[in-house]
Design a protein around this ligand. Structure first.
Ligand code: ZN
Length: 283
């Protein structure tokens, strides 16, 4: 399904990571926490041009949870108010532990994030043991969910390639590079270029995306757009427009990406194109 566009006119898919598991209202009061705030924020971001919603859910006291009931309500709201938008659940390790992380996959979102290896995070080890990775990928495959492979380290690209070769990942993997988490891979252009070279070598049919954390969000967006990749923005990764201004909304961060796409003459993917490029079921 992919590789249908020429490099320079390929629509750029914008993913909005609306909430995440780390930021709090204390960091930015505009951060959506309740499911109704999340639906409203996603809707604004969708209208601005984002076509994938990367979702975490929170408790009333802002702590993280993997509660399937909350994921279900959020997905229902996105389906209702953002028709065609791709729903991607996070199975990240900061929202629960062990098998809890995949407890909501039976809800069958279009996509789910899948970490394929361990690494350090700012204050702890991000633990993704092989047995859990295998279980999560099996759950995704059984529920026809396309995984988004989270790459926090070079070895994770090799892992994604091995999982594809062995059939653990069915379709050509969609890969997300995460750059700029303290103690993990830095925002370094040489590393980024090497990631691209490696993915083109190991997984030539794969589409890829990248996210920069904190003040690096915009520069990573720009790197992706310039070389034909897709990109992620949103308050999960960064709560500020610049060092003096907090983001008024997720849509305001999406707008920055849309403006960059215009600058580099990349069309912004609509939901039909997004589903086509990623090989997802059409609406
Ligand atoms: Zn996330």
């Amino acid at each position: 399904m992919n590789m249908i566009y020429e490099h320079n006119n390929k629509p750029c898919i914008i993913c909005v990571a609306i909430t995440g598991s780390v930021p709090k209202k204390e960091n930015n009061p505009n951060l959506p926490i309740s499911v109704s705030e999340q639906i409203e924020s996603t809707h604004e971001a969708f209208e601005m041009g984002a076509t994938i919603a990367h979702c975490h859910v929170r408790n009333k006291d802002q702590t993280t949870t993997s509660d399937p009931a909350k994921f279900s309500l959020l997905m229902e709201g996105i389906h209702k108010h953002c028709k065609g938008m791709v729903v991607q659940f996070s199975t990240g390790g900061r929202s629960g532990s062990g098998y809890e992380r995949g407890g909501m996959l039976s809800l069958r979102p279009d996509m789910a994030s899948l970490a394929v290896g361990s690494n350090n995070f700012p204050t702890r080890v991000y633990e993704n043991p092989p047995e859990l990775i295998e279980w999560l990928s099996k759950q995704m495959s059984d529920n026809e969910i396309k995984p988004e492979i989270e790459v926090f380290d070079l070895s994770h690209i090799f892992q994604a390639s091995n999982m594809f070769e062995s059939g653990l990942i069915k379709q050509s993997p969609y890969v997300q590079f995460v750059l700029g988490i303290k103690n993990a891979m830095p925002v370094d252009k040489d590393v980024f270029d090497f990631y691209l070279k490696t993915i083109r070598r190991l997984l030539p049919k794969s589409e890829w995306c990248a996210a920069g954390i904190g003040r690096y969000q915009r520069i990573v967006n720009e790197w992706c757009i310039r070389v034909g990749g897709h990109t992620r923005t949103g308050m999960e990764d960064n709560v500020r427009i610049d060092k003096d201004t907090i983001a008024p909304s997720n849509a305001s961060l999406v707008k920055i990406v849309v403006d960059l796409c215009n600058k580099y003459e990349r069309p912004v993917a609509n939901f039909v194109q997004t589903r086509e490029i990623l090989g997802l079921r059409p609406i």
